[in-house]
Structures are given as structure tokens and as C-alpha cells.
Design a protein around this ligand. Structure first.
Ligand SMILES: [Zn+2]
Length: 74
């Protein structure tokens, strides 16, 4: 069985457990049955590409550009 992450809608407790897809486990904290499956915690989608590359380069702040600095590419 796959490992799923859940969040209790009653007490906001978050937990992971093995469960069938059609099964909804009870909250281990309060025993509540109103838990929702969290899909985003399992696989983080790749997004943004190389956004953030060179963000720490000194050239961005007017200093000397680093090797591979985007400021040198053009
Ligand atoms: Zn709960």
C-alpha cells in the first residue's frame, strides 16, 4: 500500500499512514473521521526551472560578477 499524508479537519493534525486509495483513516490524534488526503506532500512538482540561478551573485548588487553569472552571458 502506498504512503499517504493526511490532515485532520477537526484538529488540524497532520500525519502519514499506509492506506488504500479508497480508504480514509481516522485521525490518530483525536480519532476523528474527517481527514483529507494531502497529495502535494508526496511528490513535489518541478516548477520554475532554473529560477533563482545567480540570485546570490554579487553582480546583482553592483559587485564583481561570478563565473557563470547571467550578467556575463549577454
Ligand atoms: Zn484530529
Amino acid at each position: 500500500m502506498p504512503l499517504y499524508a493526511f490532515r485532520c479537519q477537526t484538529c488540524a493534525h497532520e500525519f502519514e499512514t499506509l492506506a488504500r486509495f479508497e480508504e480514509t483513516p481516522e485521525c490518530p490524534a483525536c480519532g476523528g473521521a474527517h481527514v483529507e488526503r494531502q497529495l502535494s506532500l508526496i511528490a513535489k512538482p518541478a516548477a520554475g526551472g532554473d529560477a533563482g540561478a545567480g540570485e546570490s551573485c554579487a553582480a546583482m548588487a553592483g559587485g564583481a560578477p561570478c563565473a557563470g553569472c547571467p550578467a556575463l552571458a549577454g
